[in-house]
Each structure stands twice: as C-alpha cells, then as structure tokens.
Design a binder for this molecule. Structure first.
Ligand code: FES
Length: 317
C-alpha cells in the first residue's frame, strides 16, 4: 500500500475529473507500464480501480481520470464529491492486466468515453517507441470527451481521430472499415463502455480477427440476471471441507461466511483479483477478465461473480 496526496484535481470533461497523486513522503512512485491501473482505497472502505493515464515513464505522480457514473456503486461519486487537493489516500502498486505488445508492427487503439485513460498511456508509450499506431476516440459529444486538449497538443496528434455521436456522419466511427484488415502483425486494444466494446470486438470477430490480438479492458460489468441462479457446493481441496453456495449468495460470500477469505476488489468479474484455480467441476463463468479461450479451460474462475454448472466445484484453496 502506498500513501499518496492529491496534488491536482481538474475537470477534464462533463462528469470527468482527473486527479494527480504524488507520494506523501515525496519519494518516487513505482514505475508502471502502459495499460496499468491502481486500486484506490476510498474513505468508507471502497476500493476502486483506475487506469494510469500519464506517460508511463513518469514516477513523480500518477494521473487518473474518473467518470462520475450515474449508476455508481459509490466509488466514482466519492471521488467526485469527497476527494479534493491535499487529501491523503492509500493506493496499491500499479498492476497491468491490459499490457501493450510493444513489438507489434501496428497497433489500433479504440477508446470509448472514459476508456481513453489506459489508451492515452498506450499512445504515449507507442510514440516513445517510434511504433506505428492509430487511436480512435469515441464520445457522445465533444464536451464529454476528456483529455482532448492533451491529445491535440501531443506529438502524435496526427495519429488521433475523434468520433462524436452527435457530430457529422462522416466522422463517426466506422469499425467495419477500420478493422477490415486483420493483419497478423496488428494488435487491437479496446476500452470503454460495454456497448462500445461489444460493437468493436464483435466487428473484429466477424472480420476474423484472432482473439489473441484483440485486447480489452472493461470498466463495469453489464447487469446480469440472477433469476435462474441455483445452489451448488464448493469443496476446499486442502481440507476437504464442503461449503454450500445458496442461490442468492456469491461463492466468495459463501466462503467468507465459512471463515475462508478471498481477496476481492471490483466484485464484478473485471479485475481478476479473486481468480481461483478450479481442480474439478465446471464453472459458469460470468467474468469479463478471462478470455473465452481461458474460460473454456475451466481451470480457474472468479468467485466474486461466477457460479457453477456442475453440482460441485473443487477449489485449489
Ligand atoms: Fe474483481 Fe473478482 S474481485 S474479478
């Protein structure tokens, strides 16, 4: 855990604020790579993940961008309403679940709304490497697009295309045209709201993009229906203990009720913090963290949200 102080707070767009964080003791922060995020521990015990969007060679501060989400479960609201310059916060060391393939021949970066944050960092890094890339940034309107001034003033500004939903038809995102050439040397990166990501990734799929070259990071999970949730059991491999998971409880909650604590963070299947190995049984994957291929192996799952198709899952705990 690192103690930081908020050294700057700026409005970047409608409902989007950036926060600059520097170490409280004045020492440099740990180095990070493009696509990395930190956990921010908020007053009241909430933990939220935010991508780092400053250039990845900076260690004097971290920059995060936070969208005030009307469907906030408390995190973005707390950031916007309670966190001012001078506030002390605890953060984790950076972790990267959305790494850049730095030796790709070409990189296609797609950002939707607040999804610009990790993508911006990737663009900085690709420019530093002298690599070929293009960045497509989509927002509902110009006033909801964050970091536009920085993008327009960047040395890679000519590689950036802005697409606004309320703008002329000619500037709207044409994913089918942009993804028409699934060249094996090109890697695709997508970050933004669920509908935007689905659109880009589905388009990539229909154009025969290899899933291994279509990299993604979700911010929030789509609402899931719990109407058909059933009960099942999990077995702790080390002790043999069997724990029932009722229909209205997550595996993580059932484990906790039996005194077995799993480290949690997003609790929505996005961050991978709770990833647990499965030794037997078939999970019902509900996360957005594992790729389809990884899910198909059925050898790990996210107990914060995923369930079971088989009556019993044996967990490597
Ligand atoms: Fe984030 Fe489970 S806590 S995936």
């Amino acid at each position: 855990m690192i103690e930081v102080i908020v050294t700057a707070r700026n409005n970047q767009a409608e409902d989007i604020c950036s926060f600059e964080l520097a170490r409280a003791d004045g020492a440099p922060l740990p180095a990070f790579t493009a696509g990395a995020h930190i956990d921010v521990h908020l007053p009241g015990g909430l933990i939220r993940q935010y991508s780092l969007c400053n250039p990845p060679w900076e260690t004097h501060s971290y920059l995060i961008g936070v969208l005030k989400d009307p469907a906030s479960r408390g995190g973005s609201q707390a950031m916007h309403e309670q966190i001012q310059v001078g506030q002390r916060l605890s953060i984790s060391e950076p972790r990267n679940l959305f790494p850049l393939r730095e030796n790709a021949q070409h990189s296609l970066l797609f950002a939707g709304g607040i999804g610009i944050t990790p993508i911006l960092c990737m663009a900085e890094r690709l420019h530093q490497l002298g690599a070929e890339f293009e960045l497509h940034y989509c927002a509902r309107s110009a006033d909801r697009a964050a970091f536009v001034e920085r993008l327009q003033a960047a040395p890679f500004a000519e590689r950036v295309q802005l697409h606004f939903d309320d703008g002329p038809a000619a500037q709207r995102l044409d994913a089918a045209a942009l993804l028409a050439n699934p060249d094996p040397g090109t890697h695709l990166y997508v970050c933004g709201p669920g509908g935007f990501m689905e659109h880009v990734l589905d388009t990539a799929k229909t154009q025969d993009w290899d899933d291994q070259r279509a990299h993604r990071e979700y911010f929030t999970a789509a609402p899931v229906s719990h109407d058909n949730d059933g009960s099942f059991a999990v077995q702790i491999n080390s002790s043999g203990q069997i724990i029932q998971v009722p229909a209205d409880q997550s595996v993580a909650a059932a484990l906790e009720a039996s005194g077995i604590e799993i480290q949690l963070s997003c609790e929505q299947g996005i961050c991978g913090t709770c990833l647990t190995r499965v030794l037997a049984g078939e999970p019902e994957h509900r996360d957005l963290f594992l790729t389809e291929a990884e899910q198909a192996l059925n050898d790990q799952f996210t107990p914060c949200c995923s369930r079971a198709k088989s009556p019993l899952l044996v967990l490597d705990l």
